[in-house]
Write a protein that binds this ligand. Structure first.
Ligand code: C2E
Ligand code: CA
Ligand code: CA
Length: 704
């Protein structure tokens, strides 16, 4: 523009002076050549104060003036149009923002600047920026992931923590990443039942929604978050975005899961037997209660099988607990396989099992089931190199016939089981009324055993002769205890010794027997010439006492009984319970001059390896092998083997339970000439035995 052009000058001057845009013309040295009124007003100067001055006076500082020259003035001078927001200083010293754009004036080396005051807008912008920064700082301080999500799923704002989810690989528009790209590394909004879309839900409900989501971090790890999505509404109440905050509950969920698992485990432990995985007593009672209720409603019957393994204790004692455990596991499995899936098999403890058979309409099936169980259980169990034989005794009680509560039914099945045991084991028995009386007898026996036995001296010892079948001579006697009960009469040790072993009373009982018997021997030796020793039974519990050797030595001394008059009968179970300790203890007895016999030999599971090292003198063949010796091939083979074994180890051998001449002859033929049994004599009280001594002088009175 050329202001000197006279035709245009007047109206141009008019525009120049009246426009609100400040106009400034400077020469190449940046000296002010022309300004308009607007500029004077903008800066607060008079026209004369500025005209022909350096433009520096408009600037904030010399530095700012020089800087402007660099970035703007020289560019415009070189013919480049230029526009910039720049800060200047008014006459009163206040700073303000303008938009300044420049044009070179052709062929003059002069520049025309058009300036608009944008201070108010700039301040507003700055304020907004500060607010934004303030907001960002606040949300960055929040540890949860916070997003502001527009209705098109793009993220308008997110905090520092949320940035940990950013993975550029999944983001299409870097400026506006979508929430599902960031949180889920997927390319479409969430849409499944596991991950309902919070935005959709808020848009639908118009209110705050909570969700649980799984978010994927940029490092690939996942976090479980609890989302709170709150609507952001504009003035007309429409939702334009949501604020979504995601609280990491991964560790909470993890500990909840752990707790849940632990609770499950505890629940399992509370209801199942750890060894066999069968139901335990608690669950059994529960199931039986349910079965009773159901049977009551449906008017049918429930049977309870009470199963006890025969001779399990011997296996456990002689082969050790881990072998015992394997037998229990195997038996549990067999029991389960013997019944229907719906029948509940439980282990009550030890070697006791129960089975509930419900919805019974025909009780005939019970005998089939019992027979099947007995058959299955009695199959040999192969463990390592051992072939073990277990059998089961079963007692059966019926709801409602034999009782209508869990306790009564269980007690009656238990009583029936005892009956089965007494019948010779490996069999089953139904409950009958009369069994209840027997069970009560059993209980009262237990409570009176303690008082009566020890306080009132009701123990008596019988003696059973042992005979050499070739010489017909008495070769010894076995001392066998009885309980002379004031009301009941003589009670067999088979009835109270197991009980005494369970309660620990066997120790004082055994000691009394030792005292009575040794006193008796020493008395007989003073009056008669008797051959052989008196054999006294020692139970495992007694032998396991640390001072047992000393105790017996004292008893012998007190009763003036010589060690060579005594033989101790110990069981295989005792030896196998702790072989090394047994060897030590038995050796001490032998050193004293006491003879050692292994009682019931063949029923336990003695290891031959130990047998060789054992300080023993005699094997006593168990009477169960003698019983069927004339008819049972296996028993015969076992007896022959034991006799051969004893011979090879230079041990004495004796057979017990010899009742018939056939048994006697067989043993004699096979080389076992020492016997004990009803064929020669029953166990007798001391006065009767005296008569026997006298008779043995004339041994021909004995059967041969
Ligand atoms: P045991 O040591 O095997 O004793 C032999 C058992 O066989 C005795 O039973 C005896 O009476 C019986 N008997 C002997 N000959 C015959 C026969 O020809 N036929 C038949 N069927 N049986 C015969 P008892 O006296 O009833 O003793 C049973 C068990 O009680 C004994 O078995 C023994 O284990 C235990 N016992 C007895 N007295 C004591 C004792 O003082 N202390 C310990 N710890 N246990 C004892
Ligand atoms: Ca014995
Ligand atoms: Ca025996």
């Amino acid at each position: 523009m050329n202001l000197n052009d006279s035709t245009n000058k007047t109206w141009l001057q008019q525009i120049f002076n009246n426009t609100s845009v400040a106009v400034l013309v400077v020469d190449k040295n940046r000296k002010i050549l022309e300004i308009n009124m607007a500029l004077c007003e903008m800066w607060g100067y008079e026209y004369n104060e500025l005209i022909h001055q350096s433009a520096e006076c408009l600037h904030v500082s010399t530095e700012s003036y020089l800087n402007f020259g660099q970035i703007a003035f020289h560019k415009v001078l070189n013919n480049t149009a230029f526009s910039i927001d720049y800060q200047f200083k008014k006459k009163d010293g206040s700073l303000f923002w303008v938009n300044i754009s420049g044009d070179p004036i052709q062929n003059t080396n002069e520049v025309l600047w058009m300036i608009t005051d944008i201070n108010a807008k700039k301040i507003a912008e700055e304020k907004l920026n500060n607010q934004h920064l303030f907001l960002q700082n606040i949300i960055d301080g929040v540890t949860d992931n916070v997003f502001v999500i527009n209705t098109d799923y793009s993220i308008a704002l997110m905090n520092q923590s949320a940035r940990s989810l950013l993975d550029p690989q999944y983001i299409q528009d870097k400026e506006k990443p979508k929430c599902y790209e960031v949180s889920h590394k997927q390319h479409q909004p969430c849409n499944d039942s596991e991950h309902p879309c919070p935005l959709k839900r808020v848009l639908h409900s118009q209110q705050t929604e909570k969700e649980r989501h799984k978010h994927i971090k940029s490092n690939g790890s996942t976090q479980i978050v609890e989302l709170t999505a709150t609507p952001l509404k504009n003035d007309s109440g429409e939702i334009y975005a949501i604020i979504e905050s995601a609280h990491d509950i991964s560790s909470l969920v993890e500990s909840q899961n752990k707790l849940r698992e632990r609770a499950k485990e505890l629940d399992y432990r509370a209801h199942y037997d750890a060894l066999t995985s069968l139901s335990n007593r608690t669950l059994f009672i529960d199931r039986l209660n349910q079965a009773i209720k159901y049977a009551h409603r449906e008017n049918n019957k429930v049977a309870i099988f009470f199963i006890d393994l025969d001779h399990f204790k011997e296996i456990n004692d002689s082969l050790g607990h881990s072998m015992g455990d394997l037998v229990l596991k195997q038996s549990a499995l067999r029991l389960q396989q013997s019944v229907r899936d719906m029948d509940s098999v439980a282990r009550l403890g030890g070697d006791e099992f129960t089975i509930i058979i419900d919805r019974i309409t025909d009780t005939d099936i019970l005998a089939h089931i019992a027979t099947k169980i007995i058959h299955t259980i009695s199959q040999p169990i192969h463990i390592d190199k051992h072939k073990l034989y277990v059998s089961a005794s079963i007692g059966i009680s019926l709801y409602p016939d034999d009782g209508n509560t869990v306790e009564i039914l269980l007690r009656n099945a238990d009583a029936a089981m005892y009956k089965a045991k007494n019948e010779g084991r490996n069999t089953y028995q139904y409950y009958t009324e009369e069994l209840t009386h027997k069970a009560f007898e059993h209980i009262s026996l237990e409570s009176s055993l303690h008082h009566a036995l020890l306080a009132k001296n009701e123990l008596v010892v019988f003696y059973q002769p042992q005979i050499n079948t070739i010489s017909q001579q008495l070769i010894g006697m076995e001392a066998l205890v009885r309980w002379d009960h004031p009301d009941v009469g003589l009670i067999s040790p088979a009835q109270f010794i197991p009980l005494a072993e369970k309660t620990g009373l066997i120790i004082p009982i055994g000691e009394q027997v030792l005292n009575i018997a040794t006193k008796q021997i020493s008395q007989w030796h003073q009056e008669y010439t008797i051959n052989g020793r008196i054999a006294i039974n020692l139970s495992t519990k007694q032998l396991q006492q640390k001072d047992i050797v000393h105790r017996i030595a004292c008893i012998l001394k007190n009763n003036q009984c010589k060690a060579e008059w005594l033989e101790l009968e110990v069981t295989e179970g005792y030896i196998m319970s702790n072989p090394q300790q047994a060897i030590n203890t038995l050796q001490k007895f032998q050193d004293m001059g006491i003879s050692i016999a292994i009682d019931d030999f063949g029923t336990g599971y003695s290891s031959l390896a130990y047998l060789k090292r054992l300080p023993i003198n005699k094997l006593k063949i168990d009477q169960s092998f003698i019983r069927d010796i004339t008819t049972d091939e296996d028993d015969r083979a076992i007896v022959i083997a034991i006799i051969a074994l004893a011979k090879s180890m230079k041990l004495n051998v004796i057979a017990e339970g010899v009742e018939t001449i056939e048994q006697n002859d067989f043993l004699k033929k096979e080389g076992c000439s020492n016997v004990q049994g009803f064929l020669y004599a029953k166990p007798m009280p001391n006065d009767q035995i005296l008569a026997f001594f006298q008779r043995t002088i004339g041994m021909d009175q004995l059967p041969v």
